[in-house]
Design a protein around this ligand. Structure first.
Ligand code: CO
Length: 149
């Protein structure tokens, strides 16, 4: 079951420059960057009361984000992410209805240790969607900071 919006993810060519702009113009604080080795991205987050903004920068040449930035050199929205209470059940339910879950069968986790999967854009109105598991339906809140899993 889909329980909410986790984040909107923006691919950026320069994480530090992006964080500086968001701070200067909007007063938004971007957290410390973390590397997801598996996906080849450096990530940093703006914590909002009801969702996050994820900033992604390629951590190595040839990462999927590098390809996106070749097509969109200034950056842009790459995907959005929905919370689900049970990732395996949600993936099974939508797969049974013909949607394609990418990297099927292989378990992926984000930098917070949460189970994630991506749905093919053609199966969500043209948008790349990430599903992120939060048991009990809500992500943990700790005054805007998250414990690393
Ligand atoms: Co994401």
């Amino acid at each position: 079951m889909i329980t909410g919006l986790s984040h909107v993810s923006i691919a950026v060519p320069d994480l530090e420059a992006a964080a500086k702009r968001l701070k200067e113009i909007y007063g938004l604080s971007v957290g410390a960057p973390k590397v997801n080795e598996e996906q080849g991205v450096r990530l940093a987050y703006v914590e909002l009361p009801n969702a996050r903004i994820e900033l992604m920068e390629p951590a190595r040449p040839g990462s999927p984000i590098s390809n996106f930035l070749q097509r969109n050199p200034a950056g842009g929205i790459h995907h959005f992410c929905l919370n689900v209470d049970d990732l395996a059940a949600a993936a099974a339910r939508i797969t049974a209805k013909g949607a394609r879950v990418l990297g099927e069968g292989r378990e992926s986790r984000n930098v917070h240790g949460e189970r994630i999967a991506f749905v093919h854009p053609k199966d969500f109105l043209g948008a790349l969607v990430e599903l992120e598991e939060h048991k009990g339906g809500m992500r943990d809140e700790g005054g805007g900071m998250r414990a690393e899993g």
